[in-house]
Design a protein around this ligand. Structure first.
Ligand code: ZN
Length: 113
C-alpha cells in the first residue's frame, strides 16, 4: 500500500460532517482544527508544512502585494503553494482511491513502518 485515504469521522457521534478551523498565528505553522459539524467535538488537529491554495502562484503574488506583504520572502514561499497541475492530479487520485476504515493513527503506523 503506497497511500491510504480516509474520510474523517467524529469520535463521538460518528458523523462525517466536519469543519476545518484554520488558525494562522505569526511565528507558528498554520494549524487546522477539525471540528464535528454535528456535535462540535474535537476530531483532529493538523499542523501544516505548507498551505496549498486553489489559486495559481501568480495570483497569490498579486494578492500578497495588495496586502502589503511580500510573498517573495523565503518563509512565505515555503508556507504557501499555488494550485498546480501536480496538485490537481494528486487531488483527483486521492478522491478516486477507495476509502479505508482504519483509524488515521493505524494508517500512519502501517505506512511509516
Ligand atoms: Zn460529532
Amino acid at each position: 500500500m503506497s497511500f491510504a485515504v480516509k474520510i474523517e469521522t467524529c469520535p463521538q457521534c460518528r458523523s462525517r460532517k466536519t469543519e476545518n478551523l484554520v488558525r494562522v498565528e505569526p511565528g507558528c505553522p498554520v494549524r487546522v482544527y477539525v471540528r464535528c459539524s454535528e456535535c462540535g467535538a474535537f476530531v483532529a488537529r493538523y499542523t501544516l508544512e505548507r498551505y496549498t491554495s486553489d489559486k495559481p502562484y501568480e495570483s497569490l503574488l498579486k494578492f500578497s502585494r495588495r496586502g502589503g506583504c511580500s510573498i517573495a520572502s523565503r518563509s512565505h514561499a515555503q508556507e504557501l503553494e499555488g494550485f498546480s497541475k501536480k496538485i490537481e492530479t494528486e487531488f483527483k487520485e486521492t478522491t478516486e482511491a477507495p476509502f479505508t476504515e482504519l483509524k488515521v493513527e493505524e494508517i500512519i503506523c502501517e505506512l511509516k513502518r
